[in-house]
Design a protein around this ligand. Structure first.
Ligand code: SAH
Length: 325
C-alpha cells in the first residue's frame, strides 16, 4: 500500500477517477486530521526522542518505516512555529563542518516521508488560529540531490485544499547545486531559497564544502544575479562563522564585493560546535565585525540565534549520539 502522503491531489484524482473525491480526501486528512481511510496508508514516522532546549526549540528524531532515522527541529517564534525537516537520510556532500556530512548518504526520503515530518510536528503544536507555521528544508540532506521528491513534497504542502502552506513560508536550503538550481528556477512552484555559502574564496570553500570544486562560488552567485528580481528577493545566503577559518575581515570584504548590489539577504550562523568537529565557533566580536562590514556594503545581514544548542546543536549530532547510545 502506498502512502497517502506521496500523492499530489491530482495524482490522487487520477487513482480515484474524481477530482472532487480527491479534494474531499485531502480535506479530511490534512485539515480534519482524519487518521484512517480505506485503501491508503496513513502511517506517520514515529518520534523516537524529543529534546527540549532551554530556549523552547525541540529537536526530534523521526523513525521511518524501514527503521532509518532523520532529524527535525520545531522552533517556536513570536508569530508562528518553524518546522525544520530533512530531505535525505544522511548526506553525500561531506561538508567539513557538518555532522550529517560525516554520516554519508543512506537514501533519499520519499515525498510522503518529507510531508509526514510536517504532520508529526504539527501534531505537537496547539491547534487553532495561532498554529500557523513555516517549513524549512534545513535538516539532514541536500534537497536538490533529491529533486523530484522534494518538489513533489512542496507541491503537496502548498496545495490549497491540504495544508496550504504558502510558498513564501517554505524554504529550501541548498549547498548550491547548479543543475538543481537551474531546474528550480524554471518551476512554477518556487519556494524561498537559502544558499549555503560558507567560504568567501574558492580555496576555502573547496575545503569546507567539497561540492564547490564542481560548482564554484562565482557560479552560484552568478545564478542568483541572473534570476528575475521577483525571485531574487526570495533568495537568502547562509554563512557559517568558524573561528579562524571563515571569520576574517578580509573575507567579509570579499563577500561584500561578491554580493554587493544583489539585494539578497545574508544570514551569519555561529558554528554549532561538537567534539566530532575540528572547528570552533567564531567569537561574537568577530561575528559582529563581519556583519558590520557587510552592512556597510549594503548587504542586509543577520546573525542567526543559535537555538537548541544545549540539546545537541549541530546538524547530525543528535542522530550520531542516538546511534552510538
Ligand atoms: N544541504 C543543505 C541543507 C542542510 S544543512 C545546505 O547545505 O544548505 C542546513 C544549514 O546548516 C546549512 O546552511 C549548513 O551550512 C548549516 N550547518 C551545517 N553544519 C553546521 C554546523 N556545525 N553549525 C552551524 N551550521 C551548520
Amino acid at each position: 500500500m502506498k502512502s497517502f502522503f506521496d500523492f499530489t491531489r491530482m495524482e490522487l484524482a487520477g487513482h480515484l477517477g474524481s477530482i472532487a473525491r480527491a479534494t474531499r480526501l485531502y480535506h479530511s486528512v490534512y485539515r480534519d486530521r482524519v487518521t484512517a481511510i480505506e485503501h491508503f496508508d496513513l502511517a506517520l514516522p514515529s518520534l523516537v526522542s524529543c529534546f527540549e532546549s532551554a530556549d523552547g526549540a525541540r529537536r526530534y528524531l523521526f523513525q521511518l518505516a524501514d527503521g532509518e532515522v532523520v532529524e527535525g527541529v520545531l522552533i517556536p517564534e513570536k508569530q508562528r512555529f518553524t518546522f525544520c525537516i530533512s530531505s535525505q537520510v544522511g548526506c553525500a556532500l561531506a561538508c567539513e563542518f557538518c555532522l550529517t556530512g560525516q554520516l554519508g548518504l543512506t537514501r533519499n526520503l520519499s515525498a510522503g516521508e518529507i510531508v509526514s515530518q510536517v504532520l508529526v510536528q504539527r501534531a505537537e503544536i496547539p491547534s487553532g488560529g495561532a498554529s500557523r507555521f513555516s517549513v524549512v528544508l534545513m535538516g539532514m540532506g541536500e534537497p536538490l540531490q533529491n529533486y523530484e521528491n522534494v518538489l513533489q513534497a512542496i507541491q503537496i504542502l502548498a496545495d490549497d485544499h491540504g495544508l496550504a502552506v504558502p510558498l513564501h513560508r517554505i524554504t529550501l536550503s541548498t549547498a548550491g547545486l547548479m543543475p538543481g538550481l537551474e531546474r528550480l528556477s524554471k518551476e512554477s512552484l518556487f519556494p524561498n531559497l537559502s544558499i549555503s555559502l560558507t567560504g568567501a574564496t574558492n580555496t576555502i570553500r573547496d575545503r569546507l564544502m567539497p561540492i564547490n570544486r564542481k560548482y564554484p562560488i562565482e557560479d552560484v552567485v552568478g545564478f542568483v544575479r541572473g534570476l528575475p528580481v521577483s525571485r531574487r528577493k526570495r533568495v537568502m545566503f547562509e554563512y557559517v562563522m568558524i573561528k579562524g577559518v571563515t571569520d576574517s575581515a578580509a573575507d567579509a570584504g570579499r563577500l561584500s564585493k561578491l554580493l554587493g548590489g544583489l539585494g539578497t539577504k545574508m544570514n551569519l550562523i555561529p558554528l554549532n560546535q561538537s567534539p566530532d568537529l575540528n572547528f570552533e565557533r567564531a567569537d561574537h566580536a568577530d561575528i559582529l565585525r563581519f556583519q558590520q562590514i557587510l552592512l556597510k556594503a549594503g548587504v542586509t545581514t543577520f546573525i542567526r540565534k543559535t537555538r537548541g544548542d544545549d540539546v545537541s546543536g549541530a546538524c547530525g549530532q543528535l542522530k550520531k549520539a542516538g546511534l552510538s547510545a
